[in-house]
Structure formats: structure tokens, C-alpha cells
Ligand binder design. Structure first.
Ligand SMILES: *[C@@H]1O[C@H](CO)[C@@H](O)[C@H](O)[C@H]1NC(C)=O
Ligand SMILES: *[C@@H]1O[C@H](CO)[C@@H](O)[C@H](O)[C@H]1NC(C)=O
Ligand SMILES: *[C@@H]1O[C@H](CO)[C@@H](O)[C@H](O)[C@H]1NC(C)=O
Ligand SMILES: *[C@@H]1O[C@H](CO)[C@@H](O)[C@H](O)[C@H]1NC(C)=O
Ligand SMILES: *[C@@H]1O[C@H](CO)[C@@H](O)[C@H](O)[C@H]1NC(C)=O
Length: 637
């Protein structure tokens, strides 16, 4: 037994050494070494680091892969800083080359020698010129009989792609995304029908999706997004039995969503947002899907009963359509993101077993016609990060159980008919960064425990019936940058405010009275302050003129009196509807003096100048590239 093991081990060792041998000891042929040496001379050696005097075997150079027999098979020159295309004529001398990755360089053309010579390399399977500066129409590929992967994405190539596809008989993957290609999508996608991945996104393709696409039964990925395609989806699309991903977003496609898409059992992602699709959503569309995005279309009818519940479904976006009826009451336990906002859905939010929706992270049902109450079970949805029920007709009170949503970051409930008090349990929402319950009918006071919301940045409670005073503890909310409390019945002293307040503090249309509170003077980064429509009285405090960030100050409709302090010209001050405000009586001289002592610190002036410079440079770049494109397209014609 031991002997046999030893024998086994030594033969293993032998074969291991045998495998290593060529790597360790053999070199490419003298011809390949000469070719590589020539290449290294064409490259910037300090950037690429190819140096035959330091490393005599090119197989150990960065980005070079050799076969066991020391034939050079792969060159990965991605990000080598190449701007001259000269090397492309030389590289074709390596007849054993299988893969050439020249992506992420600054190449502006491919020399015709490249097509002539590299086309003859029988084993060449991959060419990657992604993210260069290639321009103009494509020279036709002749030869390249085994080329399987061609990536020309993110260049400035134009013209049409028909010829390209016809010649490349082995092509499995074509990516021309992010170019200037136009014309129609060829109905001939290669004689051999080997094509598996077709990515034509972000170009200017026009016309309809050819029906013949259904003849290419090996297709697994079709991405035609961000073009100018029109017409409807060919119904034969359902014949593509291997299709996994179909992306048609951002075109001018219309007609209905083909019902037979659901017969493709491999299809896991279908995205068709921002088109003009109309009609109803086919009932078992999501049968096999993981991701469906039909947002920003003109779909009508109700959401099919089984659409949300299919077992694999993880993300569904139907927002911005004209869907009616109620929300189905079965949702896939795998669901992560459900967006049904901006439709005409009615009925109530189904009281599901939200505890079973362990993955649900984003729930958006806003801007519909939903009625009834917010189901307390929503509080069991452990992973919820965003809850948007805004702009519906929801009533009843805020369920205290929502305070259990321990990962919630955004809660939007504004523009409903919600009443009752703000549950003190909301103070447990430790990760909450945005809370908007504005324009409802909430009563009671602002819970003083809200100061526990240490991540909260925006708090909007305006347009309710909140009363009592603003709790002093609110001054400890260290992340708060916006506090909107307008149109309530708040009153009483304001002793402390959060010092990070920046975007705005709005106390307008409340019942505040007495002198303007001193606590406002601590708001050194505040930009907008609205105290209008209260009963503040006394003088306008001088400290307002020291608030360096202030751009808008609204004090209108109060009982203020006395002399108005001098504000810098960049502050917009609204004082209308006060008792007896007088402008300062100082002569112009002192006004001039004040101006000179002026308010804008030097640093700000410099910053503004720099910003203007950067903006101008950006503008020039954008304009240059715009005109270049125009010139190019004129040349093409
Ligand atoms: C060569 O690369 C180095 C380092 O990346 C760079 O500083 C230099 O400007 C490059 N030289 C040329 C001629 O491109
Ligand atoms: C081509 O290169 C880019 C950038 O390096 C990469 O993202 C892409 O996957 C490559 N394409 C192929 C077909 O390998
Ligand atoms: C809150 O809702 C109001 C009313 O729709 C809106 O104007 C405001 O921008 C929202 N604020 C935040 C922070 O979401
Ligand atoms: C302050 O809130 C009121 C309503 O509560 C609104 O009408 C007003 O426009 C807001 N002020 C500013 C400056 O946004
Ligand atoms: C103060 O002076 C400004 C500018 O001359 C004028 O527009 C404003 O109406 C005056 N306000 C009062 C209260 O007199």
C-alpha cells in the first residue's frame, strides 16, 4: 500500500516537473523573440516595462501569456498608454496569437496591414479595442475565421455594421456599444449563426428590430438600449430559446409587450424602460424573470395577479405608466426592489406577511391613488431601506411598528391624509437620513426623543397640525441640514437649534411670537431662513448680517419694528407685511464704508474665480467635442 502510494506520488511529481519544464526552461522561437523585441521598442518602455536585456524570455513580460510549448498566445496591453497604432502591423507576425487586448489606450486608428495580416492568423479568437479613440467607418474584416470575441465598444466609430457581421463566421460576441454607428440593425448577423452576444447599445441605430434576429438561436444576450429604434418587438422573439438578457431601454419602440417572452425559460432579465410600449402587461411575463423594468412607458390595465409573486423575481419596476386596479397581494420572497410609483393604482396596500419578505429593500408605491391605512405589518420588513408611499390618499395614523425598521434610511409619506400623532417609536430609526411626512393631518407635538435620530439629514413636517414647542433636544441632531416646519401650530421659545442646518430652516405660518430667538445666531452655515407669517415682534437682530452663508431671509408678515440692519447685496431679504420697519438713516458714506469692509471673504472670491475657470474650460471641451462630431459626421456624408 505504502509502496503504491509512493509510486503514485513520484509519478505525480514527474508529470508535474514535466509540465513545468517548458515554462521554466524553454523560450519562444527566435522569430517570436525578435518580434517581441521590436514591439518593446515601439512601446514606451518606462510605462510598459518590456526590456529584453533585463528579461530575455518575453513569456515573463507583463501582459504576455505563452502556451506550454512557449508560443505566445495572449497579449493583454490594456491601459499600456498606447497612442501609436504602429505596433498593430507588427503584432500580426505572432502567428500563434489567440487573444489581443488593446483596450483602454489612446489608439485613433487600426492600420490596414492589421486587417490583412492578422486576418490570416487562424487561431485568433479575441480582439479587444474597447475604450480607445478609434474613428471613422470600419474597414471590413477579411479572414479572422476563428474570431469569437470582438469588442469595439466606447470609440468614435461610425457607419453601419452589416459587412462586419457577414465576414466573421465564428463570431460569438460582438460589442460595439458607445460609438456613432447608425443605419438599421442588419438582419444578417453572420452566416454561421454562431452569435451569442449582441451589444449595440448607445449608438444611433434606427429602424425596426429585424424579425430575422429570431433565426439566431444561440443568442443569450441582446442589448439594443439607447438608440433610435422604432416599431414593435418582433413576436418571433419568443423563439430565442437560449436568451438570458434582453435590453431594449431608451428607444422609440411601441406596441405591446409580446406574450411569448414568458416562454423563454432561460430569460432572467428584461429591460424596456423609456419607450412607448402600450397595452396590458402579459400575465405570466415574470414566470422565469429575475429582473423586469418596464418603467416610463404607456402600459395600461391592471397588474396581473401573478406578476409580483413569481418565485425568482428580485426587481420589478413598473413606475411611470398608466396602470390601474389594485396591487396584487402576493409578492415573491426574493423581491429586493419593487417600484410601482406614478401610476393610477387604487385600493389599499395589501397587508402581506411582510416578515417573509426578507430581501425587500426598496418599496416605492408613491404617486398613485392608494387608500386605506398603512399596514402595521410593514414594520416586520426587516431589510427595508427605502419606503415611499408619498402622494396617495392614505389615511389613519402612522403605525408605531414602522419604528422597528432598523435599517430604514428614507421614509416618504408626504401628501396623504395621515392623522394622529407622530409615534415616539420613530425615534428608534437610527439609520434614518430622510423623513418627509409633510402635507398630512398630523397632530400632537414633535417627540423630544427625535434627537436620537443622529443620521437624519432632512426632516420635513410642514403642512400638518403639529402644536407645542420645538423640543430643545432637537439642537442635538448633529446631521440635520434641513428642517421644514412651516404651516403648523407650533409656538413657544426656541432655545437650541441644530448647528449644521444648511439647506433651510422654515418656521413660517406657525404661532411663534416675541423677539426673534437668539438661538438662530448659531446657524453659521444656514442658507435659507423663513420665519414669515408668525407673530415675531421687536427689532430685526443685527446677528443676521453676520450669518455668512445666508442667501435668503424671509421675515414677512410678522410684527417686527425698528431699524432694518444693512444686509450684504447677495442676501435676498423679504420684509413685507411688518408693522413699522424703517430703513437705516445713515448717510451714504457709512453705507459705502460698510460695503468696503465687505462681506465676501477673499477665499470665497478665489474659489468663485476658480470655479468660473473650471466651468469655462469644461464648456470649451464640451463645445469642441460637439463641433468635432459635427465635422466628422459632415465628412462622412
Ligand atoms: C512614458 O511613460 C512615462 C510614465 O508613464 C511618462 O511619464 C512619459 O511621459 C511617457 N513618454 C512618452 C513619450 O509617452
Ligand atoms: C475588453 O476590455 C474591457 C476593458 O478592459 C473589458 O471591460 C471587456 O470585458 C473586454 N472585452 C472582452 C470581450 O473581453
Ligand atoms: C418632502 O415633500 C415635499 C412635498 O412633496 C417636497 O416638496 C420636498 O422636496 C420633500 N423633501 C424631501 C427632503 O424629500
Ligand atoms: C416655507 O414653508 C412654506 C409652507 O409651509 C412654504 O410656502 C414656503 O415657500 C417655504 N419657504 C421657503 C423659502 O421655501
Ligand atoms: C428700504 O429701502 C429699500 C431700498 O431703497 C426699499 O426698497 C424699501 O422699500 C425700504 N423699506 C422701508 C421699510 O422703508
Amino acid at each position: 500500500m505504502i509502496l503504491r502510494l509512493q509510486g503514485c506520488f513520484s509519478s505525480f511529481l514527474l508529470s508535474f516537473l514535466f509540465l513545468l519544464y517548458p515554462l521554466a526552461f524553454s523560450q519562444p522561437s527566435a522569430y517570436q523573440i525578435a518580434t517581441m523585441t521590436k514591439l518593446s521598442q515601439l512601446f514606451n518602455s518606462s510605462a510598459v516595462g518590456w526590456d529584453v536585456t533585463k528579461q530575455s524570455n518575453p513569456c515573463s513580460w507583463k501582459g504576455v501569456t505563452c502556451s506550454a510549448g512557449s508560443l505566445i498566445t495572449e497579449l493583454s496591453l490594456s491601459g499600456f498608454g498606447l497612442s501609436s497604432s504602429e505596433f498593430l502591423s507588427v503584432v500580426c507576425n505572432i502567428s500563434s496569437l489567440q487573444s489581443l487586448d488593446a483596450s483602454e489606450n489612446q489608439l485613433s486608428s487600426i492600420p490596414s496591414e492589421f486587417f490583412t495580416y492578422c486576418g490570416k492568423i487562424g487561431g485568433l479568437k479575441l480582439l479587444n479595442f474597447s475604450r480607445n479613440g478609434l474613428k471613422g467607418p470600419l474597414v471590413s474584416f477579411i479572414g479572422f475565421v476563428e474570431l469569437e470575441f470582438l469588442d469595439l465598444s466606447y470609440n468614435f466609430l461610425g457607419g453601419n455594421i452589416s459587412l462586419l457581421l457577414d465576414e466573421l463566421v465564428s463570431l460569438k460576441s460582438l460589442n460595439v456599444s458607445g460609438n456613432l454607428f447608425g443605419g438599421s440593425i442588419p438582419s444578417n448577423l453572420g452566416k454561421s449563426k454562431a452569435l451569442e452576444q449582441l451589444v449595440l447599445s448607445v449608438n444611433s441605430f434606427t429602424g425596426e428590430i429585424p424579425e430575422e434576429i429570431a433565426d439566431y438561436g444561440n443568442l443569450t444576450l441582446i442589448d439594443l438600449s439607447v438608440n433610435h429604434l422604432s416599431g414593435s418587438i418582433p413576436s418571433r422573439i419568443g423563439e430565442l430559446a437560449k436568451l438570458k438578457v434582453l435590453i431594449l431601454s431608451q428607444n422609440n419602440l411601441n406596441g405591446g409587450i409580446p406574450t411569448n417572452l414568458s416562454s423563454i425559460s432561460t430569460l432572467s432579465r428584461f429591460a424596456a424602460k423609456q419607450n412607448n410600449f402600450s397595452g396590458p402587461i402579459p400575465s405570466d411575463l415574470t414566470k422565469h424573470l429575475k429582473n423586469l423594468d418596464l418603467s416610463y412607458n404607456k402600459l395600461t390595465g391592471s397588474i396581473p395577479e401573478d406578476l409580483l409573486s413569481s418565485a425568482n423575481l428580485q426587481t420589478l419596476d413598473l413606475s411611470y405608466n398608466s396602470l390601474e386596479g389594485s396591487i396584487p397581494d402576493k409578492i415573491s420572497p426574493r423581491m429586493v426592489r419593487l417600484r410601482l410609483g406614478s401610476n393610477a393604482l387604487n385600493g389599499s396596500i395589501p397587508s402581506l406577511n411582510f416578515a417573509a419578505l426578507e430581501n425587500l429593500t426598496y418599496l416605492e408605491l408613491d404617486s398613485n391613488r392608494l387608500t386605506g391605512t398603512i399596514p402595521p405589518q410593514l414594520g416586520d420588513c426587516q431589510n427595508l431601506a427605502l419606503l415611499n408611499l408619498a402622494q396617495n390618499k392614505l389615511n389613519g395614523s402612522l403605525p408605531a411598528q414602522l419604528g422597528n425598521l432598523s435599517g430604514l434610511q428614507v421614509m416618504k409619506l408626504q401628501l396623504n391624509d395621515l392623522g394622529g400623532e407622530i409615534p415616539v417609536e420613530f425615534s428608534q430609526l437610527k439609520t434614518l437620513s430622510q423623513l418627509n411626512i409633510s402635507w398630512n393631518s398630523l397632530t400632537g407635538s414633535i417627540p423630544s426623543s427625535f434627537s436620537n435620530l443622529q443620521q437624519l439629514r432632512n426632516l420635513n413636517l410642514q403642512g400638518n397640525h403639529l402644536s407645542g414647542s420645538i423640543p430643545d433636544s432637537i439642537g442635538n441632531m448633529n446631521s440635520l441640514i434641513e428642517l421644514q416646519l412651516g404651516e403648523n401650530q407650533l409656538s413657544g421659545p426656541i432655545l437650541k437649534l441644530p448647528e449644521k442646518l444648511q439647506i433651510g430652516l422654515n418656521l413660517s405660518s406657525n404661532l411663534f411670537e416675541g423677539p426673534i430667538p437668539d438661538s438662530l445666531s448659531s446657524l453659521t452655515v444656514l442658507e435659507v431662513l423663513d420665519l414669515s407669517h408668525n407673530n415675531f415682534s421687536g427689532e430685526i437682530p443685527e446677528f443676521f448680517t453676520q450669518m455668512q452663508s445666508l442667501v435668503q431671509l424671509i421675515l414677512s408678515y410678522n410684527q417686527l419694528s425698528g431699524i432694518v440692519p444693512k444686509f450684504s447685496f447677495h442676501v435676498s431679504v423679504n420684509l413685507s407685511g411688518n408693522l413699522s420697519l424703517r430703513n437705516g438713516t445713515e448717510p451714504n458714506a457709512s453705507l459705502e464704508k460698510e460695503r468696503r469692509q465687505s462681506r465676501i471673504p477673499v477665499a470665497v472670491v478665489i474659489l468663485m474665480a476658480v470655479a468660473a475657470g473650471v466651468y469655462a474650460a469644461g464648456l470649451i471641451t464640451v463645445m469642441c467635442s460637439f463641433f468635432l462630431r459635427i465635422i466628422r459626421s459632415i465628412r462622412k456624408e
